[in-house]
Design a protein around this ligand. Structure first.
Ligand code: FMN
Length: 205
């Protein structure tokens, strides 16, 4: 058993170890707009769904110079986002959108990703993404000088027809390949679903 007391380790080591243990992590691929209406796109894998109430949680760090990331600034200014879940064909674009670029650069446009207007929020959604969740900022929680937990209310959920089971009225995991983040060793590593299992009949409503 490899045992590490995280309280004694430098931040970089803590991140490497913990991010290799809490896997697979879903990735929020977040579209926001700035004051001039420019679309920003960036991935965040410190991310989870909270299903009652319908919310999403993600943690935003800081840019290398200590300033707010574009996503964070846009969320503060406009209070809205579209969180996409990418599938395997979009992985390279998702990864590329994590590069730190000048705020005026729209990753959606530079990656050639078409967008379409959302129903309830200003940021548009990506046409190619199989899942898009229109969200409004609920609150921020400061986790220290370089980390902020952001809670989003989910207002509208979109799922592509190709992944949706109309009879069950939910998406079918066997019809798509959502990507997940694994350890960040020698660069970020990603995974897709392998075997899926159903154990008995669901007793849940
Ligand atoms: C797969 C992946 C996951 C990431 N997860 C996070 C995260 O959870 N929190 C964070 O602050 N940055 C995360 N990043 C880094 C941001 O995507 C990166 O800082 C990006 O430049 C932010 O863009 P923005 O300034 O346009 O918001 C991740 C990057 C990748 C490629």
């Amino acid at each position: 058993m490899a045992t590490r007391d995280l309280s004694t380790l430098p931040k970089r080591d803590v991140y490497r170890i913990l991010s290799s243990l809490v896997i697979p992590r879903p990735i929020a691929w977040v579209a926001t707009v700035d004051g001039a209406g420019r679309v920003n796109l960036a991935p965040f894998s410190s991310f989870m769904g909270i299903f009652g109430p319908p919310m999403l949680a993600m943690t935003l760090g800081r840019r290398r110079d200590g300033s707010l990331k574009d996503t964070h600034r846009n969320l503060r200014e406009r209070g809205e986002a579209v969180v996409h879940i990418a599938d395997r064909p979009l992985l390279e674009a998702l990864h590329a959108s994590g590069e730190e670029v000048a705020p005026e650069v729209s990753e959606a446009a530079s990656l050639g990703l078409a967008t379409t207007p959302s129903l309830r929020v200003a940021p548009p959604r990506l046409v190619a993404a199989p899942v898009a969740l229109e969200c409004r900022l609920n609150r921020e929680l400061d986790l220290g000088p370089t980390s902020t937990l952001v809670l989003l209310d989910v207002l509208v959920a979109h799922a592509a027809d190709r992944i949706y089971d109309e009879a069950l009225d939910c998406a079918d995991a066997s019809r798509w390949q959502p990507v997940a983040r694994l350890a960040s060793v020698a660069g970020p590593n990603y995974g897709v679903l392998g075997e899926t299992l159903r154990l008995g009949e669901s007793k849940l409503p």
